[in-house]
Design a protein around this ligand. Structure first.
Ligand SMILES: *Cc1c(COP(=O)(O)O)cnc(C)c1O
Ligand code: SF4
Length: 346
C-alpha cells in the first residue's frame, strides 16, 4: 500500500487541516520551509481542536515568518565543527554524520529547518562518504558515530546496511547511534528487513526515537519499535519541550510513559533551539525546570530524561535541570521527593 503525503498548503487545505482563510497567509511559509505530513499521521489530528498537539507540530502557522532577535539559521553552530562535508566533530570521542537532508515530515520547530527539505540540503555523494569514513578511520579517539539528518532512516535499507558495514570495519568505533523520527512518522518503513539492516553483530547499536506527544505512539509505531528491539537495537528517546504540545506535567508524564511502554528509555528533553520563526514554541527555562522536577518527583526513575540545551554557537550541551543538592550553612543539604530540605552530616 502506498502512503500519501500532504506536501503543500493546498494539500493541507484539501484535507481540512488549514482553513480557506489561512491559505493565502501561509503561502510564504510554504516557500520558506518544507512541508510534509504523511496521511496516517494527519489522521491523528482532530480538525475541530484548534490546539491539537499533533497539528501544532506539523501544520504550518503564519507565526513562522516572525523572526526574533537571536534566532539563527545554524543555532547550534554545526558549521564551526565540520572538518569534512556532512560530518560534525564537536566532542572528542563522537562524531555526527548528516546522512540525509530530507524527512518524512517537516516539524515546524526544526532546529535544522534552514538545511532540511527536498530543495535545501544535498544528499551525500559517494566521494563525501569516502572522505567521512577516511576521517573516522584516521581518528582513533572516535568511539561513537551518530547518524542524523534530516532523518537518516530516509536512506534505503541497502544504504543503511552499507554504512553499518563500513563502520563495523573500523575497529575503534564501538557504538553506532541513529537519531530518527521514523518509528512514529512512517512506522511502515521499518520493516523486519530494515531493522536487520541497522543491526550489528559486532558493534553496539542505539537508536534515539524523536517524539513529542503520547498520541504519536499508535500501535503500529509501538510495533516498529519492537521490530528494532528484536534486532538487539537499544532504544532511547529524544523530545523537544514545546509550547502547546508537551508543556504540562500531564502531557510530559504521558509522553515519557508512552516511550517506556514502547521499550524506549527516556534520554533527552531538549530546550528549543533558536531556529528562525520558532518563538511561538518556546517554553521558558524556569517553566521547563518546574515541569522536569515535577516529573522526577512523581514518576519512575526510568521516566526522567536529561533536560538539556545546546549552548547557542556550538560550545556543547548543558544541563538545565535543577539540582537536588545545595550548600546551606556550610554543609550540604539535599531536597527529598517530598520537597523538604534535609541537611547532610558532611
Ligand atoms: C548532541 C550532540 C552529540 C551527542 O551528544 P550526546 O550528549 O552524547 O548525546 C554529538 N555531537 C554533536 C555535534 C551534538 O550536537
Ligand atoms: S524530523 Fe528532525 S530533522 Fe526532520 S524536520 Fe523534524 S526535527 Fe527537523
Amino acid at each position: 500500500m502506498t502512503t500519501i503525503t500532504l506536501r503543500s498548503v493546498a494539500d493541507l487545505a484539501e484535507a481540512g487541516l488549514v482553513g480557506e482563510a489561512q491559505v493565502a497567509r501561509l503561502a510564504d511559509v510554504g516557500v520558506a520551509y518544507a512541508i510534509a505530513l504523511p496521511q496516517p499521521l494527519a489522521a491523528l489530528i482532530d480538525p475541530a481542536d484548534a490546539s491539537d498537539p499533533i497539528a501544532r507540530q506539523y501544520v504550518p502557522s503564519p507565526e513562522e515568518l516572525e523572526i526574533q532577535p537571536g534566532e539563527s539559521a545554524d543555532p547550534i553552530g554545526d558549521a564551526r565543527h565540520s572538518p569534512v562535508p556532512g560530518l560534525v566533530h564537536r566532542y572528542r570521542d563522537r562524531v555526527l554524520i548528516k546522512a540525509a537532508s530530507t524527512c518524512p515530515v517537516y516539524c515546524r520547530f526544526c532546529f535544522r529547518r534552514e538545511m532540511v527539505g527536498p530543495e535545501k540540503g544535498e544528499a551525500l555523494t559517494k566521494t563525501d562518504l569516502d572522505a567521512i569514513f577516511a576521517y573516522i578511520e584516521g581518528q582513533p579517539e572516535i568511539f561513537e558515530v551518530i547518524l542524523t539528518g534530516g532523518d537518516p532512516l530516509m536512506l534505503s535499507a541497502a544504504r543503511a546496511r552499507e554504512i553499518t558495514r563500513r563502520l563495523e570495519a573500523i575497529d575503534h568505533v564501538k557504538l553506532i547511534r541513529w537519531h530518527t523520527r521514523m518509528p512514529v512518522t512512517r512506522p511502515d518503513r521499518i520493516t523486519p528487513a530494515y531493522a536487520e539492516a541497522l543491526s550489528s553483530q559486532t558493534k553496539a547499536v542505539f537508536l534515539a526515537v524523536h517524539a513529542n506527544h503520547a498520541r504519536e505512539f499508535k500501535p503500529d509505531a509501538v510495533a516498529a519499535c519492537r521490530r528494532l528491539a528484536s534486532q538487539g537495537i537499544a532504544l532511547v528517546s529524544q523530545s523537544v519541550l514545546l509550547r502547546g504540545v508537551n508543556d504540562s506535567v500531564e502531557a510530559l508524564g504521558d509522553l515519557m510513559r508512552a516511550f517506556l511502554s514502547a521499550g524506549i528509555k527516556p534520554y533527552y528533553l531538549h530546550q528549543l533551539d533558536a531556529a528562525p520563526g520558532t518563538a511561538h514554541f518556546r517554553v521558558p527555562v524556569e517553566e521547563g525546570q518546574r515541569l522536569v522536577r515535577a516529573l522526577r518527583d512523581n514518576a519512575s526513575g526510568l521516566a526522567v530524561p536529561h533536560y538539556v540545551i545546546d549552548i547557542p554557537g556550538g560550545v556543547s550541551k548543558a544541563s538545565l535541570a535543577l539540582s537536588d543538592i545545595e550548600r546551606r550553612d556550610d554543609r550540604w543539604a539535599v531536597r527529598g521527593r517530598d520537597g523538604e530540605i534535609y541537611p547532610l552530616a558532611d
